[in-house]
Design a protein around this ligand. Structure first.
Ligand code: PBG
Length: 325
């Protein structure tokens, strides 16, 4: 036999030498839930091992992130007061704004990304301003831009709109530039599907819509060309990084997006992906570390350059141990 692929799988050294996908801790982004109040660190029932912390307790989590060698976090705010206008989203004393100021002071070595959306701040849980039972796109975009600016003013290194309204990237770019935040990049959740995998997140952020669903703004999971259209629009509007979300069920999209844009591509392994792995592992049905490594490498192999995951600290450890890399 002339051709024996097994020759290159013969031992760990040769396997690693010819490895096609390499992973690096610098690609990881850890999502965190920050809530109002003080002295609070509560474990999330549908995401065991993940916590919702008040700003004072957040530092304990950031210390662990920093110790693990993860260099970037993404903040989600969970305010006590939610209203129709989402006023806590852009309040100077809002939870994310306070968290940024404190975190930048205590852990200046980390990179801070903020999720820009309104569902955590509205009393009805939709990602925008309502007009009757409809989400008003253009009014929402105005509030999102205001929110992104307030994050930049509080010290955000990057903003990440996840609302899926039309034209929001352009509006955010414009307001940031007008206010001299020309160097704050926008990571657009461009290819974001209306997904059942967000359910644990909605418990964590207390952001489930009180009526209807998000299908009039998030994408239909039967479609892939629609995702390409979203990417091209966001690129035109000035996005710096394109995100595909969720990750595991949308690896095809990561690959396609990578082919049509020269922007970096990020993949978000969302709350439901975390919860599924965690639950099966707790039952002893799978080996958690193996599945976490395999699913992460799959996203990178598909084409992701950055990876948002609730397993970021553990993954960093697996990389250090040489399980993957
Ligand atoms: C806000 C937002 C959501 C997620 C990220 N930003 C929830 C949603 O769209 O309902 C989901 C993240 C996760 O499930 O881990 N719009």
């Amino acid at each position: 036999m002339m051709k024996r692929p097994r020759r290159l799988r013969n031992n760990e050294l040769i396997r690693k030498m010819v490895r096609e996908t390499r992973v690096d801790k610098a690609s990881l982004i850890y999502p965190m839930f920050i809530r109002d109040g003080a002295g609070i660190r509560e474990e999330l029932p549908s995401m065991p091992g993940q916590f919702r912390c008040s700003v004072d307790r957040m530092c304990y989590e950031l210390q662990k992130v920093s110790d693990a060698g993860v260099s970037a976090v993404m903040f989600f705010g969970v305010p006590d007061d939610k209203d129709e206008a989402a006023s806590q989203a852009y309040a100077e004393g809002g939870v994310v704004q306070r968290a940024l100021k404190e975190a930048k002071k205590r852990f200046p070595e980390l990179y801070y990304i903020t999720d820009v959306c309104l569902c955590e701040y509205t009393s009805h849980g939709h990602c925008g301003m309502l007009c009757g039972h409809e989400v008003d796109n253009d009014e929402t975009v105005r509030i999102l831009a205001k929110t992104a600016l307030s994050h930049a003013q509080a010290g955000a290194d990057m903003v990440a709109p996840s609302d899926m309204m039309d034209g929001r990237v352009a509006a955010i770019r414009e307001i940031l530039d007008k206010n001299a935040y020309i160097n704050v990049p926008i990571m657009s959740y461009a290819v974001k599907y209306a997904s059942g995998f967000y359910e644990p997140f909605r418990d964590a952020a207390k952001s489930a819509p009180s009526f209807g669903d998000r299908k009039s703004y998030q994408m239909d999971y039967h479609n892939s060309r629609e995702g390409i259209r979203e990417v091209l629009l966001d690129e035109e509007e000035g996005a710096d990084i394109i995100m595909v979300k969720p990750a595991l069920s949308y690896l095809d999209m990561i690959t396609k997006v990578k082919e049509i844009t020269s922007l970096p591509v990020a993949a978000y392994s969302v709350s439901g992906e975390y919860a599924m792995i965690k639950a099966a592992a707790q039952k002893g049905w799978i080996n958690e570390a193996k599945i976490v490594c395999e699913t992460a490498v799959a996203a990178f192999r598909a084409g992701a350059q950055s990876y948002l995951t609730y397993y970021a600290k553990e993954l960093a450890g697996y990389i250090d141990e040489g399980r993957i890399g």
